[in-house]
Ligand binder design. Structure first.
Ligand SMILES: N[C@@H](CCC(=O)N[C@@H](CS)C(=O)NCC(=O)O)C(=O)O
Length: 209
């Protein structure tokens, strides 16, 4: 674990929902002074970023000893423990499974939406209508499930778990994919998302569209 005073580099992009999870944790934990955020050039041939992280993915956290951490869950876990007062760990006991279950359900939404969004970036004649339809349908099913699950105490409580961060990150991908229209018929989700929208860590990390 890095010591106070040692700086960490967090590689991100402005619109990655996975990098956004780490950016939210940095803000929520007030780690701005310890974590330097660096924009990575992803998805480009010969990008210098590949020297930092050969997988080319963000987020990636470079530790003071040179080790690189990727995968948003691991990066967030590390960041959350930096001050020895983790806030986003699932609670002990029975509630652990519930929070992990909800996080996995939210992650399925982010993963599917990311595939959908990526498809939209391909040249028109390379886009797959089949993949887009598959991801749209997945999103519709998951949003219906979330309209009920959003009432779960682990989601409705104070912002203190990765299930909540992953869900808000997923829902706000609407700013990046206008075809992801989840609001109609889902008042509980709308209310919950609106209750978080003005929080600085959420507002300041919004996808830029
Ligand atoms: N499972 C990974 C997903 C990371 C990921 O796919 N990041 C995307 C941005 S949304 C990326 O960096 N893509 C660049 C590439 O695939 O080359 C995580 O949770 O961190």
């Amino acid at each position: 674990m890095s010591e106070p005073g040692e700086s960490l580099k967090l590689y991100i992009t402005a619109n990655s929902p996975y990098a956004r999870l780490a950016r939210i944790v940095v803000l929520e934990k007030r780690l701005e002074g310890r974590v330097e955020q660096v924009m990575a050039k992803t998805r480009q041939a010969e990008s210098p970023y590949y020297q930092v992280n050969p997988s080319g993915r963000v987020p990636c956290l470079v530790l003071p000893d040179g080790r690189r951490l990727e995968e948003s869950q691991l990066v967030c876990h590390y960041l959350d423990h930096l001050d020895a007062a983790p806030r986003f760990e699932p609670p002990a006991g029975e509630a652990t499974l519930e929070v992990r279950r909800l996080e996995a359900l939210a992650r399925s939404l982010v993963d599917g939406l990311s595939v959908w969004i990526r498809e939209g970036f391909r040249p028109q004649d390379e886009r797959s209508p089949g993949i887009i339809a598959h991801e749209r349908d997945r999103a519709v099913r998951l949003i219906d499930v979330w309209e009920t699950e959003v009432g779960h105490p682990a989601i409705q409580g104070a912002l203190d778990n990765m299930a909540q961060l992953t869900l808000i990150t997923a829902l706000q991908l609407e700013h990046w994919n206008p075809d992801f229209e989840w609001r109609d018929g889902h008042p509980n989700l709308v209310n919950w998302a609106e209750s978080l929208a003005d929080k600085p860590s959420i507002h300041e990390t919004m996808p830029v569209g």
